[in-house]
Design a protein around this ligand. Structure first.
Ligand SMILES: [Zn+2]
Length: 288
């Protein structure tokens, strides 16, 4: 069941769970994620970053829409970190049901103005909008857009931003970073800040850079009111680590001989995240 993000996360907000947003830019990853979400009756967000869209091209979105239409699991197709207005328009034309406009590196007033402009075109078409306040760090050179220094989201800014823009959900910076953390760096979330923001802002909150944080902290953030958590590096890492092992057999060349094991390895991580976010068996709430 294809849904927009506002409808999808309203249920998560009401029942206090988080929906994983998995970055998907290969049909093998799509296949694995969809299969696992069906098996676990877990609502899901298929996130595609503009760089990923550039790679998989527009026709890939049709395949995702097709998957969403043939399952009873609620699925949202979301543009991750839209940076330019043109990228937002392309995503809407492609059939995304949700877009993120990330103007978090700009001053607050400019961030508000750009977010409002995106909402003006998206909302009449039933497309939801996510924005970001504060900056998410980068943990490795591979991480998507992020900043070396994390600027934590201020509570007053969040209240003002939500009130003035009418945005559907908000990504906040409480200490996560994109990518995978080096071994000697232990990430730590400011959960007190999250608590304060949640107490003052009623829309669903989003955590980016959720790969590699200790499970305990992530689980805690769900209890404190985070309703969407982005996972990219963790599932891709599991997929390709297994892929390297499989390909040690130099004679293999058929995709059907190579990929099933990689998908299985990735699915273990997908299952783990779904359980951690308390997203399992939540499809029923969408049919009440
Ligand atoms: Zn992100």
């Amino acid at each position: 069941m294809l849904m927009n993000m506002a409808d999808l996360l309203a249920v998560a907000n009401e029942h206090n769970f988080a929906v994983p947003a998995f970055n998907v830019s290969s049909s093998m990853i799509l296949k694995g994620v969809m299969h696992t979400c069906e098996e676990m009756q877990a609502p899901v967000i298929i996130a595609i970053h503009p760089d990923e869209l550039e790679f998989v091209e527009d026709s890939f979105v049709k395949a995702v829409i097709d998957e969403a239409n043939k399952t009873t699991v609620p699925v949202c197709i979301h543009l991750d970190h839209g940076a330019k207005f043109e990228q937002i328009l392309r995503a809407i034309r492609d059939g995304f049901t949700s877009v993120m406009i990330d103007a978090s590196s700009l001053p607050l007033e400019e961030n508000i103005a750009i977010t409002k402009k995106v909402i003006e075109v998206a909302h009449p078409l039933g497309v939801s909008v996510e924005a970001e306040l504060g900056t998410i760090g980068t943990a490795d050179d591979y991480g998507e857009a992020g900043s070396k220094k994390i600027i934590y989201t201020e509570v007053d800014d969040a209240v003002k931003f939500v009130k003035e823009t009418g945005v559907d959900c908000l990504a906040i910076a409480i200490g996560t970073a994109h990518g995978l953390y080096p071994k000697d760096r232990i990430p730590e979330l400011k959960l007190d800040r999250l608590k304060e923001i949640k107490a003052n802002v009623s829309i669903p909150l989003v955590l980016h850079g959720g790969s590699g944080n200790p499970d305990k902290e992530i689980g805690e953030s769900v209890k404190l009111g985070v309703n969407k958590i982005n996972i990219s590096s963790d599932i891709k890492d599991a997929f390709y680590q297994e892929c390297r092992k499989v390909l040690e057999d130099k004679g293999l060349r058929e995709p059907m001989a190579i990929y099933p094991k990689c998908i299985d390895a990735m699915n273990e991580v997908v299952r783990h995240k779904i359980n951690l976010f308390d997203d399992a068996d939540k499809v029923k709430y969408y049919y009440e």
